[in-house]
Ligand binder design. Structure first.
Ligand code: PTJ
Length: 251
């Protein structure tokens, strides 16, 4: 962990700890250069969201757990930022929901894949991704590389924290995609089946608490879920919050 000491009394303690995890992950060769930028982008959106789980996020988190519980071969796709920020929460949720975990990187290097696989192995979980033997159709970059056992044959894939064209490509292959993304306007957020507009670690902790849902409740939860409404609610919340702050309601 970092040598920089953050006092627990600091008003933005949680956020600063996450920032340090990303920096440490970068120094350890797990986070890509661009991962630092991606994290800053997320922080800015989280600031607007009030750095808390809002109702629209909780509704999506419940639907996500429901779908994962009802899936045959659910897979958790992890990148460098996800590994650095929340490896323990990924492991816990994957165990609770019987998910495989696969490393899939945009800025893929074999060295970084190995470090991510090793990080999970040291914590007791074997993950996929080191030896890809399949490709996601329609993608020209390294994110296309995947394993047949994992992402390629998955029915549902949880993809936190990415923007780009993979979600669209996976949906065209008939997959159900769930994302966790602080930016409700990202390509991934707008093309996923379920969009959780929340910070990664907070979302995973909430999902772990919801994981003892039974299958009947899961079916009902999914029947009533409308993802467009969730994205609209997230955007309305953000614009109303900015409007209120602009009208002198700065706390
Ligand atoms: O490890 P690699 O090589 O696969 O690369 C990973 C990154 C994240 C660098 C790569 O996927 C990337 O460039 O992502 P983007 O396009 O910056 O998208 C990241 C999205 O995640 C943005 O919409 C951010 O707002 C959002 N985000 C950042 N941090 C968090 C987050 N969402 C939830 N929780 C976070 N902690």
């Amino acid at each position: 962990m970092t040598s920089f000491k953050i006092p627990k009394t600091h008003p933005r303690y949680e956020s600063l700890i996450k920032r340090e995890k990303i920096i440490d992950g970068f120094k350890a060769g797990i986070v890509a250069h661009a991962g630092l930028i991606a994290h800053g982008r997320g922080e800015a959106f989280d600031y607007i969201l009030g750095e808390k789980t809002n109702e629209f996020a909780l509704v999506a988190e419940r639907a996500a757990v429901a779908k994962l519980l009802l899936s045959e071969n659910p897979v958790f796709s992890v990148n460098g930022n996800v590994a650095a920020l929340a490896a323990d929460e990924v492991i816990e949720l994957a165990k609770r929901l019987n998910m495989k975990v696969e490393a899939n990187l945009f800025y893929r290097t074999e060295e970084r894949i190995k470090k991510i696989v090793d990080l999970f192995r040291e914590r007791g979980l074997e993950i996929l991704g080191e030896k890809p033997d399949a490709r996601i159709r329609g993608l020209d970059h390294a994110r296309a590389l995947c394993t047949y056992e994992g992402i390629y044959s998955a029915d549902t894939i949880l993809i936190p924290l990415e923007d780009g064209d993979r979600t669209k490509a996976l949906r065209e292959m008939g997959k159900y995609v769930i994302t966790i993304d602080l930016n409700p306007m990202s390509r991934t957020a707008t093309t996923a089946n379920i969009t959780i507009v929340d910070e990664l670690t907070r979302a995973l902790k909430n999902m772990i608490k919801l994981a003892d849902m039974n299958k009947e409740t899961a079916k009902e939860t999914l029947q009533n879920y409308k993802n467009n409404k969730i994205i609209e609610d997230a955007l309305s919340f953000m614009s109303e919050r900015l409007h209120e702050l602009g009208n002198g309601k700065i706390p």
